[in-house]
Design a binder for this molecule. Structure first.
Ligand code: SIN
Length: 477
């Protein structure tokens, strides 16, 4: 932990930049101030822009092999420091330590993947349509990138953007969530130690997100925006980027259906649902948000589910055996409770509700009789609430599942091979878990359709997001 003590300032051009104003980082488990960090000011932002532009030019003189080596070193340092990183993450974000350790490995997995992919940034030779030309393509880094990352995965959402950007030869300005800046600073410190050149990866701290981001989105020197967050904010950012025709990657909100068909293995479906619902206390974009259960097996599923949910331990993520940590803010808990109350007022029934808890803690709730017109089925709950809807047949299940504006992740459980083919193809989602409640993986493309976003992260597609294709037409001379 000593390595990460005293991290409280923005990182600009390889130096810690101290601003005059401060804001507090709160531990959501006890509402205590974990650290006071300094706000970046205008002078700092200007310095970071100029350092990022210089760094992009210098990166052009590095080879893919050199960048790959530095990414490998960064990966090794993250793994070496995994216990300290996980503890810091739990303290500022709240998730149980075992999940935080899982996130460190997940985050490191993106660095490792892109250390390998950096060396595979191939161009093409295009068979020419005459004998006078050679036609080929090369791929080059898009330029200076601005990244905006959320609080729910304070490490992994950063590495899955910064690692491919660096592999592609781009410099990166990061605005981490004001709720979880410490993990971002720790990652940046390790990147510096790994040998990432000054100005290549900079971190700008602010509690005034809109004030910092709007001018950056409008700045022509920034060639790409990558954002993970809500659909509403994503739409605003897209409009701010429109004037300078920036490349954008948007990983936005979800509203995942989790369908259990009568042909499913029910025990496996419950295990998958527990993972898809309760990871990070339900605070993930891919969390199962609407649980669709075929009518004739509904009671059996609910009985099995209730038994497992009743065993979940809610508490400070640093305590042993805790399964569900605090929600990020009291407002987040109030918002979720309001959705539950609204659903009950509209006719949903409570199947299970744990003891009411103080502070940021929310005990799990299971509701049944939820319908598509209820608010709880129309927005991300981001809390440990299981909203069960029932359906009679596959056509109705698909109509409910696809009947929303979002299309990030969907899950279904079935052992009927023909049904698996039909449903996989019919679901309007970017990612589908089939008899699996956990799809996230650095080697696979993460992203959504409809209002859930643009582009993909991870996988080989994740590198393309930071590359421009240049076509070279050479006449034999
Ligand atoms: C997210 O909630 O935005 C990301 C979740 C994941 O990568 O699994």
């Amino acid at each position: 932990m000593v390595l990460f003590m005293q991290l409280k300032h923005s990182l600009i051009a390889g130096e810690w930049y101290q601003g005059a104003q401060h804001f507090a980082v709160i531990n959501p488990a006890n509402a205590h101030v974990l650290e006071e960090v300094s706000e970046v000011d205008e002078e700092g932002v200007n310095q970071s822009l100029s350092a990022a532009k210089d760094a992009f030019v210098q990166l052009k003189n590095t080879s893919a092999a050199q960048r790959s080596q530095i990414l490998y070193r960064w990966y090794e340092l993250v793994i070496k420091e995994k216990e300290s990183l996980a503890k810091l993450l739990t303290q500022e974000q709240g998730k149980p330590l075992k999940e935080a350790l899982g996130e460190v490995e997940y985050a490191a997995g993106f660095i490792l993947w892109f250390a390998e992919q950096a060396k595979r940034n191939y161009g093409e030779i295009i068979p020419a349509n005459d004998d006078e030309h050679q036609l080929r393509t090369i791929k080059q880094g898009v330029g200076v990138v601005l990244g905006i990352t959320p609080w729910n995965f304070p490490l992994a959402m950063i590495t899955r953007k910064v690692a491919p950007a660096y592999a592609a030869g781009c410099s990166f300005l990061l605005k981490p969530s004001e709720q979880t800046p410490l993990s971002a600073l720790a990652l940046a410190k390790l990147a510096l130690m790994a040998g990432m050149q000054k100005g290549v990866f900079q971190v700008l701290l602010t509690s005034d997100s809109a004030g910092l981001i709007k001018p950056l989105c409008e700045n022509p020197d920034i060639r790409k925006l990558t954002f993970t967050g809500s659909t509403k904010v994503g739409a605003t950012l897209l409009s701010q980027c429109a004037g300078t025709i920036k490349r954008t990657s948007m990983e936005l909100g979800g509203n995942a259906p989790f369908i259990i068909f009568e042909s499913a293995n029910i025990d496996h479906a419950i295990t998958g649902l527990m993972a898809a619902k309760f990871r990070n206390a339900g605070q993930t974009c891919v969390a199962a948000n609407r649980i669709l259960i075929q009518q004739n097996i509904e009671q059996t599923v609910l009985d099995g589910l209730q038994k497992q949910v009743a065993q979940l331990v809610v508490g400070d993520g640093l305590a042993e055996d805790v399964d569900i940590g605090p929600l990020i803010t009291v407002e987040a808990k109030q918002k979720a409770q309001k959705l539950v109350d609204d659903a009950i007022a509209q006719g949903a029934q409570v199947v299970y509700e744990g003891k009411k808890l103080d502070g940021h803690f929310m005990a799990p709730v299971i509701l049944k009789g939820v319908t598509a017109d209820m608010k709880i089925a129309q927005q991300e709950v981001f809390a440990p609430v299981v909203s069960v809807m029932s359906f009679s047949d596959e056509t109705q299940a698909l109509s409910i599942a696809n009947g929303v504006n979002e299309g990030l992740a969907a899950y279904f459980y079935s052992q009927d091979v023909s049904q698996i083919h039909r449903v996989s193809s019919a679901l309007e989602y970017g990612m589908v878990g089939i008899n699996e409640g956990m799809v996230s993986n650095p080697v696979a493309p993460f992203g959504g359709v409809k209002r859930s976003g643009l582009g993909r992260e991870g996988a080989h597609q994740g590198l393309d997001e930071y590359l421009e294709i240049k076509y070279l037409c050479q006449k034999f001379d």
